[in-house]
Write a protein that binds this ligand. Sequence first.
Ligand code: FES
Ligand code: FES
Length: 166
Amino acid sequence: MTEIETVVNGQPYEGEVEPRLLLLDLLRDRLRLTGTHAACEEGSCGSCAVLVDGTAVRSCLMFAVQAGGCEIVTVEGVGQPQALHPVQESLRANHGLQCGFCTSGIVIAAVELLGDNPAPTPEDVRTALAGNLCRCTGYESIVDAVCEAAGRSSDRDHNSEGGDRR
Ligand code: FES
Ligand code: FES
């Protein structure tokens, strides 16, 4: 067992972990932060993304010991039901989710993007979310939502101005 100290959603966490314990399992099973979803568990889908020192990482590919000394933010730390983050509010308003399984990872990737680039183009959003798979929405409403959260119009807004919606 290895002792780690970290900060999760602003709260200090200190505990012993097995060297093989995944960050995903620490968050979900030990800290009960089940908004971080386990889907493929092999780094392919992005559902398990969390921010580690401000960078979106796949928690199924990171050991808990590697998070020692880091600041972790999960979807529970991004916003609250009574005080949604603009990305969360915009996903809700734009129907950017259906089953919601991908959504926490989408939120984390979008928050990272807007932190780096507060005014992304739709293409920037697509590139930033390229590693986040969604089986439900067809992605357009997600791109719209992230653009709207950034105060930008989406491709569809531009196209609809000319009457040309895809
Ligand atoms: S569960 Fe981690 S990338 Fe799919
Ligand atoms: S909303 Fe169902 S996987 Fe994205």
